[in-house]
Design a protein around this ligand. Sequence first.
Ligand SMILES: *[C@@H]1O[C@H](CO)[C@@H](O)[C@H](O)[C@H]1NC(C)=O
Length: 351
Amino acid sequence: MFGELNLLLIGFMHIQILVAAAPQIPCYFIFGDSMVDSGNNNNLNTAAKANYRPYGIDFPQGVTGRFTNGRTAADIIGQYLGFSNFIPPFATATDQEISTGVNYGSGSAGIREETGSHLGDRISFDRQLLNHKTTISRLSTLQNNITFTNEYLHKCIYLSNIGSNDYINNYLIPKIYTTSLMYNDEQYAAILVQQYSQQLKTLYDLGARKMAVFGLGQIGCTPAEIARFGTNGKPCVEWIDDMVKLFNDKLKTLVEDLNQYYSDARFTFINIRSISAPQGDLPIPSVPCCPIGQDAQCVVNSSPCLIRALSVFYDGFHPTETANIVIATRSYISLSPKDASPYDISHLARL
Ligand SMILES: *[C@@H]1O[C@H](CO)[C@@H](O)[C@H](O)[C@H]1NC(C)=O
């Protein structure tokens, strides 16, 4: 597996050079959870924050609040798109910065409002959409021409990576959340995708025309869920992966439907499950790189593993930068038609 991962990465290097050209779109907005959070939770009252070492150990600016050792997949996609700076988090974005986009991601946030509440404050997807409204008013004031701002917003790429916490920090904790009493797996996937559909329509109403919607990874293969539920001798918690697959399948169908419904917009589904599928028969090595605590996050000031390029997981839930490079590269230029459908992000940018 390690050898194959290395081979994969070497294969990706030429793509990086290929796309290092000029910025292709004027702006890039990022929505989601800790997979993309770049510091929005730092000043919130929550346990879900990562603004301490050893997070950020391989990031140019060090500790920022990113839940990984280096760049997130959203960061790397931004570089592929040609942005020379990382898209600023909403929490600190200045007027000078917002014209290239804003990152609204918030650790522990979900599609559902209550998701993650036992960890403290977080910016749910609905609140991220409200924050985006605020950004648009700021942008309109700065650009001082409504027609121009509307046309500008149409050209941006909007990335959305959310839903994992609606399982991890909601449905899978029946002692705190009632969703698993109210819905079976199939119904829950359906109501989540239904709510997500409304939220993506709101994003459309706010001017989004190029949207990359990320499916969920194999939550049942994360070190934290394996430790919590056990695997019965299998590599992963299979019943969790089956549950999440119901969501992914419905989300893919939603993306197809939205492309039909909005003829002037382009949506694409990024299939993390296909992208992170092990090459060959060996399972993903579900071992965190840093020592983790009860909350599955890295222990404060602990020493992470030395060769981080060989780890898939940095803590109990989050991928290392190495894994994020694979995710970003294959969503930008798909290696298999399953990775991104109907478009990979490089194609979405050119449409
Ligand atoms: C506003 O922007 C539109 C679209 O770019 C442009 O055609 C128009 O001339 C601009 N109006 C003014 C007053 O600058």
